[in-house]
Write a protein that binds this ligand. Structure first.
Ligand code: MSP
Length: 676
């Protein structure tokens, strides 16, 4: 069920898995929780009532073993680890409405009540059990599952166990479940996961062993009708989704209002959620979940993340190094939510430098600095007769259905893509309207103020759409614009539309929103600009911009855009470099490009053929002096048209104070010689 299809007044009851406290949080936990937070915040901004639940799974073998390892009682141990999760979510600004611990009375009583009801109904029975038990995964396997004596899931040795246990009659509900899924194919997402579950349900379902003898593992919820047993940790944990609403004010009525829930989980815990859980719910006379969305796994530099490899990514460390909003952005932007994705410092640094520092951070600094500078005594006034730019207005209107719609479909990377298109549009608008040129002409004051009003509104609207993803950044932008929005009560309908800025703004220049990073993640010492201004209106950039030409840079705000020293770029491997075809090329002919002050059209010999390349070097070289030179050309760049001439490569040159300096060779050589 697509969340967009539920009625706006219907509750969104959204849950994360409750996390095991056998270890500290890692990036996988943060991923699920942040994704839920984005959905919760988005839904609230559309006006939907939301109840967002997360918590910790504190019973069971794994937790018990960890406590033993530290020589602590399990309760003292879980009390120490739980705050690591709770506090992490606070630092990530997770907007959960409740946090449940399975060791709380409200949960324990709810589980015992459910057990009693199922026992009285005959859905739980006592029976002999003989099977192969995997300690690590806390589950039994049959003989045929373990021909090699190893757990099929974790590959650890299994041990034979014979004991009396309690079973939930899961098999009884198999046909019902298959029918339910046939009728509700949209209730498991992505579709591949739905197919996986339907495949799983083709095999006969066994009853579920839901007890553990206290003699073997005492750390669990006592079974009310069998004191020498505790509840199997998964049976205990899944019930959190109903024990919380049931124990909150309103009890059963409250649950009725919220149910069915939307569960966001990792793909590894799909069977428990999509098979065990709906059958338990059905036995308790409750509907299956509205939606189960199983996301992919994060690998680290291409490797599976695990404790034994020592490559688990600690969200606390990354939040400290980069800030939690940046990590939120990266996790939501990189990869597709249903698929696996790879975590690497270089990918993170690239996102920070390009998307955040360059595109968004520079935009805010430029716009605020200009509004401050071109206002009267620092006070900027939106003109009385201001009419917004139709292009920007249209783009903002399109975001209103699109960004929340995509976020509520868990297509976070696409939602951010739409928002970043808007940010790019605003950046292009700064360049094309060049307020610093308008500012030189007192007769164009009204035009200047209208352009700045467009930009200020555009940036404010950007912050509204950004808020579910980067709440702290959104607040910083609102504050920089002296706009009065707060995260509570923020709404797409009222705040996401044009014209909400105060009419008079006394803005002060803002410190950069994001610091640029070196490839190792450290902050670049002197924040360097990196927005290279486009050469004329070419669209593509296969030539270097000539600095002597029209004022495409922003001289009023040089710190932001002047191409001085460049920041370091993320590391690449040799393979990436080998994709680039650099070749010495002899200039056979050169001529100006009509109507252009800075472009020259060169005919060059690259050894195997002749090429036409267009280069923005007219300010530094005359056509005559170029003919006969051997220069360096990037030969496998996609051709692009520049002022009507197709350029079939790019001439390489260094940017210098006075212009550009072409790369040449200190010996005679043949065009086309290999560059290594
Ligand atoms: N306690 C159970 C859930 C009970 S819910 C009723 C549990 N806890 S967990 O702490 O082990 O895992 C919680 C979530 O973290 C799972 O959704 C799991 O998929 C996710 N991740 C664990 N490692 C992960 C990655 N490497 N990448 C992404 N998510 C991963 O299971």
């Amino acid at each position: 069920m697509d969340l967009n299809e539920t009625s706006p007044r219907e509750w969104l009851y959204l849950t994360t898995p409750i996390y095991y406290v056998n270890d500290i949080p890692h990036i996988g936990h943060a991923y699920t929780t942040i994704a839920c937070d984005v959905v919760a915040r988005t839904a609230r901004m559309t006006g939907k009532p939301v109840f967002f639940l997360t918590g910790t799974d504190e019973h069971g073998q794994k937790v018990w073993q960890s406590a033993q390892k530290f020589n602590l009682s399990p309760k003292i141990y879980v009390d120490r680890i739980m705050p690591r999760f709770r506090d992490l979510w606070k630092s990530f600004r997770i907007s959960n409405d409740d946090f449940v611990r399975t060791t709380e009375d409200r949960h324990i009583l709810g589980v015992q009540d459910a057990l009693d009801r199922l026992w009285k109904k005959g859905d739980i029975y006592e029976g002999p059990y003989e099977g192969w038990y995997c300690m690590f995964d806390e589950r039994f396997w049959t003989q045929k599952d373990v021909p090699d004596g190893l757990c099929p899931d974790c590959k650890r040795p299994v041990e034979q166990v014979r004991e009396t246990n309690y079973f939930f009659r899961m098999s009884r509900y198999q046909d019902w479940l298959v029918n339910w899924y046939r009728e509700h194919p949209e209730s498991i997402r992505p579709e591949s996961r739905y197919n996986e579950i339907m495949g799983f349900l083709e095999k006969p379902l066994e009853d579920l062993c839901i007890s553990r003898p206290v003699s073997r593992m005492p750390w669990g919820i006592p079974i009310p009708f069998a004191k020498e047993y505790v509840t199997y940790v998964w049976f205990d944990a899944l019930l959190n989704y109903i024990t919380v609403p049931l124990s909150s004010p309103g009890g059963a009525e409250n649950l009725k209002r919220l149910w069915p829930a939307t569960h966001v989980i990792g793909k590894d815990i799909l069977t428990t959620h999509a098979v065990y859980w709906p059958t338990i719910l059905h036995a308790l006379d409750l509907e299956p979940p509205r939606l189960i969305f199983a996301h992919g796994w994060w690998t680290v530099n291409g490797e599976k993340m695990s404790k034994s490899r020592g490559n688990a990514v600690d969200p606390v460390v990354y939040a400290e190094r980069y800030g939690s909003d940046i990590l939120r952005y990266f996790l939501m932007r990189e990869g597709q939510f249903g698929q696996d994705a790879d975590f690497s410092d270089s990918a993170l640094v690239q996102r920070v430098n390009a998307d955040l520092a360059n595109d968004l951070g520079n935009l805010l600094s430029r716009v605020v600095a200009m509004a401050n500078r071109y206002g009267e005594a620092g006070v900027f006034r939106i003109p009385e007769d201001y009419t917004p730019s139709p292009e920007l207005l249209q783009a903002a209107r399109e975001m209103l259905p699109e960004v929340p719609r995509l976020a509520l479909r868990f297509e976070f990377h696409k939602a951010l893509g739409v928002l970043w298109n808007f940010i790019s549009l605003l950046n292009r608008y700064v360049d094309s309207r060049a307020p610093w040129v308008l500012a030189k002409d007192p007769g164009r004051k009204n035009e200047l103020d209208s352009v700045l009003s467009d930009l200020l509104e555009g940036v404010r609207i950007t912050a509204v759409y950004l808020a579910p993803f980067m709440p702290q950044t959104a607040i910083r932008i609102f504050e920089s614009l002296k706009s009065t929005e707060s995260l509570t009560g923020l709404s797409y309908q009222t705040d996401g539309v044009w014209g909400r800025l105060p009419k008079t703004l006394a803005l002060e220049p803002v410190s950069p929103l994001f610091e640029k990073r070196n490839p190792d993640g450290s902050v670049q010492k002197e924040p360097r600009p990196s927005r290279q201004e486009p050469p004329e209106k070419s669209g593509g950039t296969p030539v270097l911009a000539s600095p002597g030409d029209a004022p495409s840079t922003d001289p009023e705000n040089p710190g932001q855009v002047q191409p001085e020293a460049r920041p370091a770029k993320p590391e690449i491997d040799l393979e990436a470099f080998q994709k680039v075809e650099l070749t010495p090329a002899r200039v056979l002919a050169a001529e100006p490009v009509p109507k252009s002050k800075k472009l020259l059209k060169l005919t060059v010999d690259i050894g195997r053929e002749k090429r036409t390349v267009v280069a923005g070097i007219a300010g530094s070289y005359t056509p005559e002096e170029l003919v006969g030179k051997t220069i360096l050309v990037l030969a496998n760049l996609k051709p692009a048209k520049l002022m009507g001439v197709e350029s079939q490569g790019m001439v390489l040159a260094a940017q210098t104070e006075g212009g550009v300096s072409l790369i040449t060779f200190d010996r005679d050589l043949d065009p086309g010689s290999e560059i290594r």
